[in-house]
Design a protein around this ligand. Structure first.
Ligand code: SF4
Length: 504
């Protein structure tokens, strides 16, 4: 009877979370590179290049692919013949492994977990607890899948109890455009169909961990209804033209997974879960012979790409005026240099509350740009850890009071803005730019200095001032209110209607 030692299990969990923080699964890299080669939209191609370059840098530097190092998820299948050499619960063992991984001294990961989701929202400090799912199965082994899921893509999870006669294809094709780019495409969509509501969500999450293999399915042809659905959705979702980062293009999804479970005659529960540009999961098996060994991938699997900066306009943030930004057009590629403030959800809330109380702000925002980011802590010679953009729409409700009362002229984040933010941007002649979600380590290399400016108690959400040099961004909403996330997908959807869709 195999005996699983406590320390072997904990260390295997810790090693796996470290591993996935800097190594993309190789199947994701291959699929993304193939999509990059096929891509005809210059903006989407550039975004994919940044994700691929970032991925190689993360793999080489053993630093996180994305600043959001995720909520830790573990799926564990325990063989019923296995005995455990521990007095702790399986959940406690997973949490100890997560704690060890996220507080690693060489590669600390961001602690994003909050103890009280509807209270003060105070971080637990070590990214615990994980979300652990356990299944007892016949056998002599323990099979583990760990995943780190970013908030941007988790927040776009969808569930519905459809009528038995409803079309799942129609449901998906109506939903995906409403998800925008907050989930950082290109990635995967995973559907769970059947069971009860929680079962549908669970099988969708589990199915997301399967390798990307739509190319093989296309080559051999569908044999089941689920496989037919995968092929149909892959083609039709890509034909929506959303593209990498929602900029418009041929590839929105690199695969579509479908998992099914029997269900009640009156029901058709369906879950739709996206996996983002920071697709991160690892699989290992313990048989009692010691901790798992996760072999590093070969860097030969990563393409060698360089950023094409020839068509980008250089911008000096320190001398920038409203007159200058008024000349920018949605879709312009820019390289920002100079002083760039940071701030995201908690900092914005605090600034707006202070303004409402008539208090003096701790930072002068006039003629400045603010970057929505919550970086990973730096190590060794780093100025800052991976510092990619966070979802901007969460800050939409703060845009009007901040632009109206502080003189801020620009924002940098990721994905689209909602109508209230766009109206304010237009009204105040400001601009909104995007950096590429999932290219956090690459972006951090453009940051040459960082100093704390306000609210240090907010941790990664504090306001800092970065010194940036040639930070690549795209003007996503110009001062006239033109938005690239509206025009790009519309243009590419129309074009895909006339050209072959992204084929596997
Ligand atoms: S790639 Fe985008 S959605 Fe995924 S973890 Fe990073 S910021 Fe979040």
């Amino acid at each position: 009877m195999p005996v699983i030692r406590e320390e072997d299990f904990i260390q295997s969990i810790a090693d796996a979370f470290q591993y996935i923080s800097y190594y993309h699964p190789v199947d994701y890299i291959r699929a993304l590179h193939e999509a990059y080669v096929r891509e005809e939209s210059p903006a989407a191609k550039d975004a994919m290049a940044q994700i691929l370059i970032n991925s190689r840098m993360a793999a080489e530097g053993h630093r996180p692919i994305c600043q959001d190092t995720g909520i830790a998820i573990a799926f564990i299948k325990v063989g019923m013949n296995v005995r455990w050499d521990t007095k702790k619960s399986l959940e406690a063992l997973v949490n100890e492994g997560v704690r060890r991984a996220y507080t690693d001294r060489d590669n600390p990961l961001r602690a994003s977990m909050l103890a009280d989701p509807d209270g003060k929202r105070v971080t637990t400090g070590d990214n615990t607890p994980a979300v652990t799912h356990v299944e007892l199965v016949p056998g002599d082994e323990v099979e583990v899948i760990v995943a780190a899921k970013g908030g941007g893509s988790e927040n776009k999870s969808k569930f519905a109890c459809l009528l038995p006669s409803d079309s799942i294809v129609d449901w998906v094709l109506n939903l995906v455009p409403t998800m925008g780019a907050d989930w950082c495409p290109p990635g995967l969509l995973s559907l769970g169909i059947g069971g009860s509501p929680e079962k549908a969500m669970l099988i969708a999450k589990w199915g997301m961990m399967d390798p990307i293999n739509i190319h093989e399915l296309k080559a051999r042809g569908a044999k089941t209804h689920a496989e037919e659905l995968r092929l149909e959705l892959f083609e039709k979702v890509n034909a929506l033209g959303i593209g990498a980062q929602g900029l418009g293009g041929l590839s929105t999804v690199l695969d579509v997974k479908v998992s099914e479970y029997p269900t009640h005659a009156a029901s058709k529960p369906v879950a739709l879960l996206p996996n983002c540009a920071a697709t991160r999961h690892a699989h290992f098996v313990l048989d009692g012979s010691g901790p798992a060994t996760l072999d590093p991938p070969s860097l030969e699997d990563w393409p060698r790409l360089t950023l094409d900066l020839a068509t980008s306009k250089r911008v000096n943030l320190d001398t920038l005026t409203k007159k200058e930004i008024a000349t920018w057009k949605a879709g312009d590629r820019l390289l920002l240099s100079g002083k760039l403030l940071t701030g995201r959800d908690a900092a914005h809330k605090r600034l707006v509350d202070m303004m409402a109380r008539g208090e003096k702000l701790p930072v002068d925002l006039a003629n400045r740009f603010i970057y929505y980011t919550g970086p990973v802590d730096p190590v060794r010679e780093e100025v800052v850890g991976p510092a990619g953009p966070t979802t901007s729409s969460r800050m939409d409700k703060f845009v009007e009071p901040v632009l109206a009362k502080t003189g801020l002229i620009g924002m940098v984040g990721k994905s689209e803005r909602g109508p209230i933010a766009i109206d304010s941007i237009k009204k105040h002649g400001a601009v909104y730019c995007i950096a590429v979600g999932g290219a956090a380590y690459l972006v951090s290399k453009a940051i040459r200095g960082s100093r704390m400016v306000a609210f240090p108690d907010l941790g990664m959400e504090a306001i800092r001032e970065f010194d940036v040099v040639d930070m690549p961004v795209i003007c996503a909403v110009d001062s006239k209110g033109e938005a690239v996330h509206k025009s790009g997908p519309a243009q590419w959807r129309a074009r895909i209607g006339k050209i072959p869709v992204a084929v596997a």
